[in-house]
Every structure is written in structure tokens, then in C-alpha cells.
Ligand binder design. Structure first.
Ligand code: GLC
Length: 533
């Protein structure tokens, strides 16, 4: 039963994709920032972990005003990370190790250091250069008020006034001017960038803020607005992504969209057969650790994907989200950006136990799974000292919310080395928490009870358990506090959320448990098991 029964070009339908936040993965040249040399040196670790693909958060030339999501040049690698030749080598070496590469494209905006934006500033009001962005005169007697009442995704006003008096739109930070997607040059440039990277061997593209890209050209106020939202989920987006799909099809490439939409039917429209292959499942990611809510999230996910024939994705964490063991150890185990706060207590032991169960749960569901770096080490959210925080979300919240740096701290590789083996010879860009050495990968490699050992074993088994790649999910129980489902006739996954231990169905073998079964072979609370029938 080696490998899945899926055709090779359907790999993405049930792949495990590891997210590399390059800056914090491994520092190959010692300068305090993770880089491509660091990733290349850790390819054996990633192959051993057993992932099918790597998704790299933006590695392009960037002033790093938003951790690289402010791109100054799509065809250049940031010198802190390496260069284009090295990226090509990395893509090829990963492929040799059986690992595909997914890059991150940020169509909504560029950096204010991008040549287009610099030219637009220099060219002045009314110029063709300004038409690539959303420049507008201000309101008020002297144009001193922003052109509309929108709010930045990072908080505050999404408009900045330039010296000649015009304002430009940025849904995120000031340094991230939004592009005008009604302009043919903007479309053409992104289509060229896609080709540029597909020609270099990438297998897929993650699309940042995919549902925010198109704007109502009138940029109307939100208050009292009737009809389609002026910048969320606009119908024009589907034409853009259909053209992208045609390009991806030339190369056999795939897309995964960052699409946060509460409306399941609208979400699924992005996954029609001639649009994006997949999109992140934020319903599952945001869901509290609660059997009824998780079951509903799973059912809703499968139901919304079925009509368009797209596979679901299962995500527990990423570079924007509170680390799983911390989130699941809190009283409120759901996730919402608006709820991010300082000093929320967390029982990390409980959180770890649940994160282990959640790993087996998500890896047993039909579809692909995204694994954010450090989750396989069970890293908690770090408390980054205030004077070291870099995330614009912190500053734009008037320093009220901690922002996202707590899930972006450098990885600990080796327990006895400086900076826990991250590779730096100088202080890294974000500090490593004091207890990081005790969580280092080299220690966990030697500990069969570690989170790393669990992930490795689960991924190893998942590869050869054909049913996990081909069979639909079938619920076997309605019992409150228990998630119990089969994939095909011979494989069952159970997760117990209830206080009392759960009786397992008849089985021939216990394949894997997130924590040991009790003395009577029952499933304890916050524990998951894979069974062979
Ligand atoms: C996405 C990214 C996030 C970034 C934002 C703006 O949400 O995941 O990290 O800040 O887009 O590009």
C-alpha cells in the first residue's frame, strides 16, 4: 500500500504542506535572520518529517515593513535570505528530496519601495503612473480628510496623504499601497510573475488576501452602502483567477487562496474547476476545541467543497495565528484577530495534549493539511518583549494588541548551541524564549513521546494509509463529546473530548494514539487514536 492511489498530478488533493516562515526557520549565514541556506541545510529534516511540499512566505526583495508581505521586486530574493540562483537550487534540491515548492504571491499591494510606487509618487496627481494605485484627493475644505470611511485590516485609517496633497489607499500598513486591479498593466505584470516562478519549477502559489484584491472604482463609503462590498469578495476577482488558472494549467501548477469569507457558498465560488484548486480553511482554524463545533466545522467544510469538487484543507496555525498549544490551553480556545490580547493565561500541558489530538484529527480528515513550522515541535506562542516587537499590527493597534510576532520566533534546532541552534552568531531578529533549548528538534528526535515523534509517525503512516487519500469520511457515532469516523472500511479515527474515557469500537490494531490509552484500553479525554478495523 505504498503511496496514495491518486495520480501524481493530483498530489495536492491530499498533500501535507509545511509552511516555512523563512526569516525564522534556520539561519545559514549567522547574521540573525533565517535564510535559504538555512532551509537547504534542513531539507533532510523536512524529508524525514515526511512533508510533500513547502510553502514559503514571501522571500522577495522587501523592506520588511510587514515581514516580506511588502514586496519591492517579485523577481528578486531579499539579500537577507539569499539570491535567485539559490532559490532555484533550493527548489531543485527539494524536488530531489521529493518535496514540492509553493511560493506566496501578494496581489493586493506592493511595497512603497516598489519601482511602480516610487514612479507614481514622483509623477504626481493625474499621471498614468498613479493609475496603477488608488490615489484620490482628500475630503474636507483642504483635502485634509481621508477619501472614505474604510478601515485598515491592521486597524486605523487605510489612507496616507503624500506631499502633493493626494491620498493613497493601503488596506494594510502604510508601506503597502494597494494596486488598482482595474488596470491592465497590473494584471499583465502578475501573470508574468506567475510564469516567471512556474518556469523556475515551483509547483504552486499561495495567494495572499485573495478576496480583497478587486475594488469598486468609486471607492464608496461603507456606511449606508448598498450592494456588493466595495473591496471584499467582488465578482471581478473570478475573471482574474480564471486567467491565473489557465497559466497554472500550462505548468501543472496549483493555487491555494487565502480566502477569509463567512459565506460558504461565496467561498466555494473561488474553488470552481476553472479557478483556484484550494483555499485555506479558516472555519476549522478558528474553531474552538469543542466536539460539537468541530464536527459542524468539518461537516460544513465538506459540504461546501463537494459541489465544486475541490478538496478541503485543514489548518491549525500559520504565521498570523496564535500557536496551537497556547490557544488550546486557554479558556477561549477559538481564534479571532480581534481577540488577540496581552497576558491571556494558558495551561500549556493541556494545550499540548489537545494539539497532539488535533494533529491526528486533522491528518485523518479528507483533503490536504497545512503544517506551520514549529507546530511539529509543539512550540507555544512566545512572549516577545515589547521593545523587540516588529509586527505592524502591534503599532497600528496603538500597542494594545501584541500582534503576530509571538508565533514567528526563530526555531530551536539544537539544545546546547547558542540561540538554541537557530544558526545565528549575533542576536536573532526576534529573541528566542528562555525555554526554547528544552524544546529543540535534536532533543525531540531522541524522545519517542515528543510532538516531533508524533508528527513523524503520523505522516509516515498517512503516506501508506491509502484510505486517507481516497475514501470519504463516514461518521460512526452521534455520542456527545466524541468524534468517531471511518475512512473506508478499515480505518477509524476517534477523538474524545468528554471527561469520561470512551470505549473504542472493535478493531484489529491500534495504529497511533496522541496520548496512551487507559489501562482498560479506553480513550482518555483530549486524546485521539487511529484504529485499523
Ligand atoms: C495576509 C498575510 C499576513 C499579511 C497580510 C498582508 O493576511 O497572511 O501575514 O500581513 O496578508 O499582506
Amino acid at each position: 500500500m505504498e503511496g496514495s492511489q491518486l495520480a501524481a498530478d493530483d498530489w495536492w488533493r491530499s498533500a501535507v504542506i509545511y509552511q516555512v516562515y523563512v526569516r525564522s526557520f534556520a539561519d545559514g549565514d549567522g547574521d540573525g535572520t533565517g535564510d535559504l541556506t538555512g532551509v537547504r541545510s534542513r531539507l533532510p529534516y523536512l524529508a524525514e518529517l515526511g512533508v510533500d511540499a513547502l510553502w514559503f512566505t514571501p522571500w522577495y526583495l522587501s523592506p520588511m515593513a510587514d515581514g516580506g508581505y511588502d514586496v519591492a521586486d517579485y523577481r528578486a530574493i531579499d539579500p537577507a535570505f539569499g539570491n535567485l540562483a539559490e532559490a532555484e537550487k533550493l527548489i531543485a534540491e527539494a524536488r530531489e528530496a521529493g518535496i514540492r515548492t509553493i511560493i506566496d504571491i501578494v496581489p493586493n499591494h506592493v511595497s512603497d519601495q516598489h519601482v511602480w510606487f516610487k514612479a507614481a509618487l514622483a509623477a504626481g496627481p493625474g499621471s498614468p503612473e498613479r493609475e496603477l494605485f488608488h490615489f484620490r484627493p482628500g475630503r474636507g475644505a483642504h483635502g485634509e480628510l481621508p477619501p472614505n470611511d474604510w478601515e485598515s485590516e491592521f486597524g486605523g485609517v487605510p489612507w496616507t496623504r503624500v506631499e502633493d496633497g493626494e491620498w493613497y489607499l493601503h488596506l494594510f500598513a502604510t508601506e503597502q499601497p494597494d494596486l488598482n486591479w482595474a488596470h491592465p498593466a497590473v494584471r499583465q505584470e502578475h501573470e508574468d510573475v506567475l510564469r516567471f516562478w512556474f518556469e523556475r519549477g515551483v509547483a504552486g502559489v499561495r495567494i495572499d488576501s485573495a478576496a480583497l484584491v478587486a475594488k469598486d472604482p468609486a471607492l464608496p463609503d461603507l456606511e449606508g452602502h448598498q450592494g456588493p462590498h466595495p473591496y471584499v469578495d467582488r465578482d471581478e476577482l473570478h475573471d482574474i483567477y480564471r486567467r491565473w488558472r489557465a497559466i497554472a494549467d500550462e505548468f501543472g501548477g496549483i493555487f491555494v487562496g487565502e480566502v477569509w469569507l463567512p459565506d460558504a457558498e461565496r467561498f466555494a465560488r473561488y474553488l470552481r474547476p476553472d479557478e483556484l484548486h484550494t483555499a485555506f480553511n479558516f472555519t476549522f482554524l478558528s474553531c474552538p476545541w469543542d466536539s460539537a463545533l468541530l464536527r459542524r466545522a468539518i461537516d460544513d467544510t465538506l459540504a461546501e467543497h463537494a459541489p465544486v469538487g475541490a478538496p478541503a484543507t485543514w489548518v491549525l496555525c500559520n504565521h498570523d495565528i496564535t500557536r496551537t498549544v497556547t490557544r488550546y490551553g486557554r479558556e477561549d480556545t477559538g481564534f479571532a484577530f480581534t481577540a488577540k490580547a496581552f497576558g491571556v493565561p494558558s495551561d500549556l500541558e493541556l494545550g499540548t495534549r489537545r494539539a497532539r489530538a488535533a494533529a491526528l484529527l486533522s491528518l485523518a480528515l479528507p483533503g490536504s493539511v497545512y503544517l506551520y513550522q514549529g507546530e511539529e515541535l509543539g512550540l507555544p506562542e512566545a512572549d516577545v518583549p515589547l521593545d523587540r516587537i516588529q509586527d505592524p499590527m502591534y503599532f497600528r493597534s496603538q500597542e494594545r494588541a501584541p500582534g503576530r510576532d509571538g508565533c514567528r520566533t526563530p526555531l530551536p534546532w539544537a539544545t546546547g548551541e547558542p540561540f538554541a541552534g537557530f544558526g545565528s552568531t549575533v542576536e536573532p531578529w526576534l529573541p528566542l524564549p528562555a525555554d526554547w533549548p528544552s524544546r529543540a528538534a535534536d532533543l525531540q528526535e531522541r524522545d519517542p513521546g515528543s510532538m516531533l515523534a508524533l508528527y513523524r509517525e503520523a505522516l509516515r503512516q498517512r503516506r501508506s494509509l491509502t484510505a486517507l487519500h481516497t475514501e470519504p469520511l463516514r461518521w460512526l457515532s452521534e455520542e456527545p463529546g466524541l468524534l468517531l469516523f471511518a475512512r473506508g472500511d478499515h480505518l477509524v479515527c476517534a477523538v474524545n473530548f468528554a471527561e469520561h474515557p470512551a470505549q473504542l469500537p472493535a478493531h484489529t490494531e491500534v495504529l497511533l494514539t496522541s496520548c496512551p490509552l487507559d489501562a482498560d484500553g479506553r480513550l482518555p479525554r483530549d486524546t485521539a487514536v487511529w484504529l485499523a478495523l
